[in-house]
Design a protein around this ligand. Structure first.
Ligand code: GLN
Length: 322
């Protein structure tokens, strides 16, 4: 039992929430990436990891799924570490959009920047800025160097090796014309360099990383713990950038539902089209929910409901006690 707040969070509460929503049949599983359509709509889990390294979980918490857009939070952190805040801000804005995650673009009229790093355009521009951990040939990082940079960073957050689901990667690579169009448009405005196909492959691979709900809770708890994985003690991101990630999650993480999410749940959050949602309670814990059926905004239906209930019952809203 965690006595963080007015109402304690325990396994019984998570089990009650799981029972409350397991028969909810609203929403549809994403199918625009053909491989994602194979996901089981009934898979459902809720996990909480604390900054003390404890874990509570119910449901299909070992079911693997691709991380999809939740990856955008963590690659934004990598790009910040590799390039610094000023460079990032010159290439990707931090304004919420009222548009869908894959909207065909609104580059800022003057700066030509995509709105923020949580929508596809901004995430692709962000991945473009990721360097390699090492350069193998003295000519700058290769695609492999950059992929290894991403894999190593995700390993630090999750506390274990994560692997790319090749079928989902290939499926999105073959059908992701919209993302290709976004990248080429950004190239036209010189918001991306010439490595368009390489960057798109990296972006599709980061989205196709396999995680389970426990991994996501621990990754969120790492952000709650100022960038240090609470179980391994390994730093996943420099502490000075954690606030940048949490800020863009808070304002932009749930796409065109971000305002209502901030109002109802009041926590930095991020969703992905495979049905994952993370929420961060700074200094306390990471919350993760997995359930594939999505609402019209592209957010997990059960995931949003569980986070709303958890926030209300346990008084987790950041402004609850102001
Ligand atoms: N890979 C997906 C895409 O680019 C991620 C979108 C999402 O999870 N919202 O379309």
């Amino acid at each position: 039992m965690f006595n963080f707040s007015i109402n304690p969070i325990d396994l019984e509460l998570l089990t009650q929430l799981h029972d409350r929503y397991k028969n909810c049949r609203s929403g549809t599983v994403a199918s625009y990436i053909p491989e994602l359509a194979k996901m089981n709509p009934d898979a459902f889990s809720i996990c909480i990891a604390t900054v003390d390294g404890e874990m509570l979980s119910v449901g299909d918490d070992r079911q693997l799924f691709t991380i999809q857009s939740i990856s955008k939070v963590f690659t934004y952190g990598m790009a910040l570490e590799d390039r610094g805040r000023d460079m990032l801000l010159s290439k990707v804005g931090v304004e919420p959009t009222g548009d869908l995650f894959n909207s065909i673009i609104r580059l800022d009229e003057n700066s030509k920047r995509p709105d923020n790093p949580m929508v596809n355009a901004g995430a692709i521009a962000t991945t473009n800025l990721i360097q390699g951990d090492t350069t193998t040939d003295g000519l700058g990082p290769t695609a492999t160097d950059r992929l290894n940079r991403i894999l190593n960073a995700f390993r630090a957050y999750a506390g274990r090796d994560l692997y790319v689901d090749s079928a989902v990667f290939m499926s999105e690579r073959a059908t992701g014309h919209r993302n290709r169009a976004l990248a080429h448009l950004m190239r036209h405005f010189e918001m991306m360099d010439d490595r368009i196909d390489e960057t798109l492959d990296l972006y599709f691979q980061q989205c196709a990383l396999l995680v389970d709900c426990r991994d996501l809770a621990l990754m969120a708890a790492t952000l709650a713990n100022n960038g240090i994985n609470p179980r391994s003690g390994v730093r996943a991101i420099e502490s000075e950038y954690v606030r940048d990630l949490l800020s863009v999650m808070y304002t932009c993480g749930m796409y065109n539902f971000a305002g209502e999410w901030a109002y109802q749940v009041g926590l930095p959050g991020k969703s992905g089209v495979s049905g994952g949602i993370i929420a961060v309670v700074p200094g306390k814990m990471g919350i993760a929910v997995f359930s594939p059926p999505l609402d019209v905004h592209g957010n997990s239906v059960r995931g949003v409901k569980v986070c709303e209930d958890l926030s209300n019952i346990c008084k987790l809203h950041l402004f609850d006690r102001c």
